[in-house]
Design a protein around this ligand. Sequence first.
Ligand code: ADP
Length: 364
Amino acid sequence: MRVVILAPVGRDAQLLAATLAVLKMESETAADAEILLVKVEEGAGAVIIVEEALKADNVKALAEWLTSQPPWSDMPFIVLTSSGRPTPQSERRAHELQTLGNVTLIERPVRPETVQTAVRAALRARQRQYEMRSRQEELIRANADLEQFAHSASHDLREPIRSISVYTELIQKQYGQSLDHKGAEYLGFVRSGAARMETLLEDLLAYAQASSIPDEIPDAIDARDPLDAALENLAGSIQDSRAHIEIGEMPLVRIRPGHLQQLFQNLVGNAIKYKNAGRPHVRVAARTEDGRWVFSVEDNGIGIAEEYKETIFGIFKRLHTNQAYSGTGMGLAICQRVVERYRGRIWVESHPGRGSTFFFTIPR
Ligand code: ADP
């Protein structure tokens, strides 16, 4: 990887080039920021700037370039500060650049070894950034593959499952009379199996679509709106179970409304579903902690034993049979995927037999 040097042509530039040549490092010198950036775009692992070259318009051009860079990129800059007493302007510019990026300041007079050590560290850092980028790209590709797979699987499998449903219904209608008790029972199993397969496929698709890879940060929304939408969808089970839902003050959060709704719907839905003999009492709240929002959904249900607190977030992981509590075991896996997309965390605390509280965090 090349090192590009921004220095007025002269002794400094020559000295730096010679210092790097000792390490067999290729370098190129630019007289102003415009030329520097052209050379950087052609490929560079680090930039050395001699402070005298740090004029206001150069800092502006560098700042603009830095803001246009992709998130993985953090070009290392090494700034050689003035040998004499730095002027307030020069200090301000060096500081300005430091707030913008990955800057190492080296005070002059510099020893060649100091420059060499700083350049080696800068190139290593740049190398790591490239590695991170390729890992992230691999992740994006793998995720796209998974989404594609889940999409085609659920789409293509839906067709034959629909046929099973339709034809079993026809058999029921046209030949139901001639079936004995056992025959009717078996046909019932086939129909409920097909219906269950359909729900599983829908949830698998929802999981694949709740991509875990973060993209641009969305605008802030009032968390109360997706919560209300989730409660509306749960109205039937809230009514049937006579659940009491208590809602604390909801904040403005940077999350896609659909994602927050998915979280609330799964968590509140579970809080009602996994109820004790009594009437469900669910409390939804939010608080700030260490610069993040911590949402909580608390219930007075059956609770979760200590040893299952992690496994329940796995795909298709369930602690009960479908007869005891209906479900696919995908809800919490979807929640985890959504929360991870926002670099948050989801976990549960529980007193078996007395209730559970699910927490998830979203950065502020
Ligand atoms: P599903 O509800 O479809 O089974 P989930 O992924 O939402 O799938 O939940 C996984 C398992 O975690 C559930 O089967 C249940 O055993 C347990 N669980 C989830 N939420 C609660 C809760 N609020 N109280 C007790 N157990 C819960």
